[in-house]
Design a protein around this ligand. Sequence first.
Ligand code: FAD
Length: 409
Amino acid sequence: MEKNDFKIVIVGAGPGGLMAAQVLAGAGCSVAVYDRMPTPGRKFLMAGRGGLNMTHSEALESFISRYGASADWIGPCVRAFPPDALREWCEKLGHKTVVGSSGRVFPEEFKSSPLLRSWLKKLGELGVTFHFRQTWAGWNDSGEMIFQDADGKTDFVKADAALLALGGASWPRLGSDGNWVSVLLHEKIPVAPLRPANCGFEVKWSERLVQRYTGQPVKSMRATFGDKSVRGEAMVTEKGIEGGAIYALSSALRDEIEKNGKAILHLDLRPDLSLERLTEKLELPQKGQSRSTFLRKAAGMSPIAISLTQEILHKDPRPAESPASLAALIKALPLTLTAPFSLERAISSAGGICREALDGNFMLIEKPGVFAAGEMLDWEAPTGGYLLQGTFSTAFAAAQGMLLWLKGR
Ligand SMILES: Cc1cc2nc3c(=O)[nH]c(=O)nc-3n(C[C@H](O)[C@H](O)[C@H](O)COP(=O)(O)OP(=O)(O)OC[C@H]3O[C@@H](n4cnc5c(N)ncnc54)[C@H](O)[C@@H]3O)c2cc1C
């Protein structure tokens, strides 16, 4: 590696900032990483708690389609630094990757901490320096970056170029709290409001359902909204419903609620039985059994699925009048969702720095020499490794963009 004279500041020691630091330090720049937290990668570590799903093994075209309306923006970055490159990067740090049964890709150790340790060691070898407990608060009139420590002491830092990777605003106690939005808006940089993504939703349950089923999963069901349908699990919470199948539909559900004040989600509580087969089962004689016992015995439904069905029948008993209409209800149980859970509880954020605020190199048009990457940009994706891959790929693109800009100056 040939050293150059470029001094780079990166704000945010999450996966986006650290990936950019590696690319830039690897190209010979002096890189200083600043973060408001006392240690790096807090959300990355949390993401690894249930298994660090860093990317997905599906075909690239299908992978890129997961970025929805932003696919034509994020797609080229993913092509330039695709899932295979991410796996190779991980393996070069000494951590093999494995593909789970659903096609999701994990480091062999499953958790983030061993990978983060190796990564920080590598960054140390490349000469990257770290400055923790430093909150970035914007620029002064001389264009220096303003950092404040926990005691209120202010530092001004000058750099040849800077890269912001400040994340969204979910799980703010892990460091990314979205406070940067007001700083950028003040600089007239367009930012779309941060909104919950991959989140649960409020449902008005009965007292009885809350008492009996809070924290319990509805296993093996199919959730449908509009033309999208997802097989998976959901969890009843005191205020509503969350879990993998709900997260997968959450952007469309959130947008519908924003437009119409509510969204109707349909749950198929017996997805392995066709409507006809379920109707046949419900045509068996009830023989004086309670409806709950009958549904359990005849339709093989779980207690929580039965209670969800009863919840709807209490409001409108008509579907119980015939086996066919009862089966239709069980196959498409309507749940009225009234609001997404708060952004703090969401897995990720939608919104962020608007695409038109950046040039093709991920540089802020209003702030030449300042680049941005990761979850703080206005794209969203479902869980399944798409969030981290999008973060890594945009960070790679922004770091490459910065190198081009520095060389062309
Ligand atoms: C519980 C949970 C599980 C997840 N699981 C997965 C998963 O399995 N797979 C997946 O793909 N994604 C997952 N994600 C999402 C993924 O972790 C994020 O998309 C990713 O961390 C975003 O990276 P980033 O670098 O853009 O931002 P972040 O990781 O949020 O890092 C931003 C950094 O910037 C710092 N910062 C913010 N503001 C300032 C400031 N003003 N001054 C200084 N520093 C600042 C923060 O302290 C933080 O360290 C999960 C998220 C959560 C919450």
